[in-house]
Write a protein that binds this ligand. Structure first.
Ligand SMILES: Nc1ncnc2c1ncn2[C@@H]1O[C@H](COP(=O)(O)OP(=O)(O)OP(=O)(O)O)[C@@H](O)[C@H]1O
Length: 345
């Protein structure tokens, strides 16, 4: 793998209108060749603006954008058109021409680029099987399911044989099952075509399913970034913790909480989520803590999950004992590299 990033962004700033919202506030990130990099954030965080800066659909007020070694902001019109052919883009609402067939939709960007008919047909024939749409070649968008429409959107993005694929909420209009199919397709295409993928999403589930690394955005800034496994098992920022909780979280149901024993005389009860990952994941943490700190631990719930084949455990624990012993036990767990998050109070 080359050490030069496929996409390198630095110091990106964008404000819409004088005195208006700051959509990007000093954003920097690098995407390595061949990786699937996710940008996650709530609505208005700046994700769309950021991804649209990569192919200059949006121009930043300041910063640097280097794509496949080219300084995008220094290109003249013709070079920019050529650079954009190396960057495919997939949209949330597919953006298909309703009066064009599947094959014609896929060929459309090639037509715009002035590529001859025979070559266009050859490319369409090459791409259709990659996205599993040979049988739908002559169908119109209205005859397709949402998942099939997005397959056309992906095929169209691949028509110019790009090295980079930008996905702008590509699965947000799809049901959960179709979302998984499309994500699997993107992962498969990345491997087959040696693509680098940058995607934006508001769903941490999408990140968990296919991304290698992730950046979390809030109010125009990247507040945290790293390997997906690390961000899921050791989220540092409160916003990231909330995102992660949507996927692996343990909000303990009120009825379960109500059934938990009340703390005894001189004791308190602390309800925490512990994420086990890395070297400490095989230690008998619950029994060690209970024995060495003289506290009682009630396992409220627990499960093992994995990201890209790396396992981790998530447990909700109700711990009972004198406050200072509980504090010491949690500090010991943190010291082992476990992530301990308070679930109530
Ligand atoms: N063309 C525009 N004109 C004015 N303001 C804009 C424009 N595009 C985006 N904004 C503003 O910039 C901020 C970031 O928007 P952006 O669309 O990048 O966020 P997002 O994270 O992609 O959210 P969403 O998922 O809702 O699109 C928001 O406050 C938005 O209102």
């Amino acid at each position: 793998m080359s050490t030069q990033p496929a996409i390198a962004l630095s110091g990106l700033r964008k404000r819409f209108a004088q005195g208006g919202t700051v959509a990007l506030d000093d954003v920097a990130l690098d995407v390595a060749p061949g990786e699937i990099f996710g940008i996650v954030g709530r609505s208005g965080a700046g994700k769309s603006t950021l991804i649209r800066c990569v192919n200059l659909l949006e121009r930043p007020d300041a910063g640097r954008i280097t794509v496949l070694g080219q300084d995008m902001l220094a290109l003249d019109e013709a070079s920019l058109r050529a650079a954009r052919r190396r960057i495919g883009m997939v949209f949330q609402h597919f953006n298909l021409h309703s009066r064009r067939t599947v094959a014609e939709n896929i060929a459309f960007p090639l037509e715009v680029a002035g590529i001859a008919r025979a070559e266009r047909q050859a490319r369409v024939a090459e791409i259709l099987p990659l996205v599993g749409l040979e049988a739908k070649r002559d169908a119109y968008p209205a005859q397709l399911s949402g998942g099939q429409k997005q397959r056309v959107g992906i095929a169209r993005a691949l028509a110019s044989r790009p090295e980079i694929l930008l996905c702008d909420e590509a699965t947000s209009a799809l049901d959960p099952e179709t979302t998984q199919e499309i994500l699997a397709l993107i992962r498969d295409l990345r491997a087959r075509l040696d693509l680098t993928v940058l995607l934006i999403t508001h769903e941490m589930g999408v990140v968990k399913a296919i991304c290698d690394r992730v950046a979390v955005m809030e109010a125009g800034r990247v507040i945290e970034q790293g390997r997906v496994f690390d961000v899921f098992t050791q989220p540092a920022h409160p916003t990231t913790r909330r995102f992660v909780a949507e996927v692996i979280g343990h909000s303990v149901p009120a009825a379960t909480l109500a059934r938990l024993p009340a703390p005894g005389e001189g004791e308190t009860r602390r309800l925490v989520q512990v994420v086990f990952a890395g070297p400490a994941s095989t230690r008998a943490v619950v029994s060690e803590a209970s024995r060495d700190f003289g506290i009682d631990i009630n396992i409220v719930s627990g499960r093992v999950d994995e990201i890209a084949g790396e396992p981790f455990g998530v447990m909700a624990l109700a711990a009972y004992g004198p406050p200072e012993r509980l504090e010491a036990a949690f500090a010991w767990m943190l010291g082992l590299g476990l992530t301990v998050t308070e679930l109530e109070g």
